[in-house]
Design a protein around this ligand. Structure first.
Ligand code: MTE
Length: 298
């Protein structure tokens, strides 16, 4: 595993400390401190969703192509050219392949607004008022055939426009089963708080999968492929033991190195309990088998 892969699991401060500790050759100590999820003061998540302030959403990010620290993506020069932008839809499972200009996508599909919980695998969370197009609408327009078993998402990867484009040795790639991709909760987001996405939040178009961990939310998507085989995703390639294909949120399935029982509320106070499927079980549990099946929760 590349040393950078560690940073996905940590808060910015933990990450900085961790790098110091790793430098001192004491990584085991860091692993123990990271596991310290405080459940004693975790409060319930049944109260109405309170959106995280935009400033916080826009300044605490994971977008490694623009740097590894949480503040790097928002502080990076705005070098990504997001207009014009095209999204190619292709693959053996698409009868109607094509290259869509984002402007055409905007004019063809109504932009919806949805306030959703966002849970990072690093055990922190936000609440984000997204704007975007349901993914199933775009997929339907590509006329999927019986070979469309999975959907693969490929993101922008240009060393001219991204200071750290090559961190994963190629474009950031994510995937879903076709059933997951057709679920109404899956959104192709284009904005937050009725403002276009910023570079650091994945402009101009990124995935939102509220029942899954945040690393599934591929940013700055350029290609969508309808394919027969389960795609090899970026974080699975980085560390297949820790970051699986499904990555559904569960408080009952700890990460190999820390607890997933609770989450730190970014821009809020303290911790709260993590919910199965991040609180969206009614919408998505039917997509999966027995709740005890570990494969769906990592
Ligand atoms: N997409 C790309 N292209 N590169 C990335 O590094 N990070 C992922 C995901 N999408 C990432 C990405 C991770 S680990 C998370 S938690 C979310 O984006 C973070 O989204 P946010 O910065 O909008 O909170």
């Amino acid at each position: 595993m590349k040393p950078i892969a560690n940073s996905i699991i940590t808060s910015e401060q933990d990450f900085r400390n961790r790098r110091k500790i790793i430098a001192a050759g004491l990584s085991a100590v860091a692993a123990v401190s990271l596991a310290g999820g405080v459940l004693a003061d975790a409060h319930d998540t049944s109260e109405p969703l309170k959106p995280t302030p935009l400033k916080t959403i826009n300044s605490y990010n994971n977008y490694y192509e623009f740097g590894f620290d949480k503040s790097d993506p928002s502080e990076a020069d705005k070098t990504l050219i997001t207009s014009p932008w095209t999204v190619e839809i292709t693959g053996a499972g698409a009868d109607k392949k094509g290259v869509y200009d984002l402007a055409d996508i905007y004019s063809e599909f109504a932009i919806e607004s949805h306030v959703r919980r966002f849970r990072c695998v690093e055990a922190w969370s936000m609440v984000i008022p997204w704007n975007g197009i349901p993914l199933h609408k775009l997929i339907a327009s590509a006329q999927p055939n019986s070979r469309a078993k999975y959907v693969r998402f490929i993101t922008a990867n240009d060393a001219q426009q991204m200071p750290n484009a090559d961190w994963a040795g190629g474009p950031y790639t994510e995937g879903l089963t076709i059933a997951e991709a057709m679920n109404p909760l899956a959104l192709l987001a284009t904005g937050i708080y009725d403002k276009p996405l910023e570079q650091q939040t994945g402009a101009p178009i990124r995935l939102v999968l509220p029942w899954k961990y945040g690393f599934k939310y591929a940013k700055s998507i350029v290609r969508i492929e309808l394919v027969e085989q389960m795609p090899k995703t970026t974080w699975w390639q980085q560390n297949s033991r820790e970051y699986g294909f499904y990555a559904n949120v569960s408080p009952h399935h700890n990460h190999p190195r820390w607890s997933q029982k609770s989450e730190r509320v970014i821009g809020g106070f303290g911790r709260q309990r993590t919910q199965i499927y991040n609180g969206y079980a009614d919408e998505v549990a039917h997509l999966y088998g027995a709740l005890s099946d570990r494969q769906y929760f990592y």
